[in-house]
Design a protein around this ligand. Structure first.
Ligand code: FES
Length: 109
């Protein structure tokens, strides 16, 4: 097929080659974008010098009852601010905080 082609024939396939290239680019770009949609952390971009978002808290600084966010929607992350309620309502999810309770001296929470 290509051996019988002349210069003008090659010029005709340039738009086709461009269209195929653009389609491949869109498909690959879309696939990469979709693969990122599985991330839970959409709200807090990790600074470039950090591999992951990390919070270090001292247990002594926590109150008697401290709810921690597990939905990554809280404006007070890592603490829960109730944003999981809207997340659950819009997605049908049932996520909630992890609550740290300080035991009193008798050992009950
Ligand atoms: S806001 Fe995320 S678990 Fe409550």
């Amino acid at each position: 097929m290509f051996s019988a082609m002349e210069g003008r024939d090659y010029l005709r396939i340039i738009p086709l080659a461009g269209a195929v290239g653009a389609a491949v680019f869109v498909a690959v770009y879309g696939a990469l974008k979709l693969s990122r949609s599985g991330q839970v952390n959409h709200k807090y971009p990790t600074p470039k010098d950090q591999e992951k978002v990390k919070h270090v808290l001292d247990v002594e600084d926590l109150g008697d009852r401290t709810p921690f966010c597990r939905c990554w929607k809280s404006e007070k992350f890592p603490y829960c601010d109730g944003a999981h309620n809207e997340h659950n309502k819009t997605t049908g999810d049932n996520v909630g905080p992890i609550v740290m309770n300080r035991r009193n001296k008798s050992g009950s929470a």
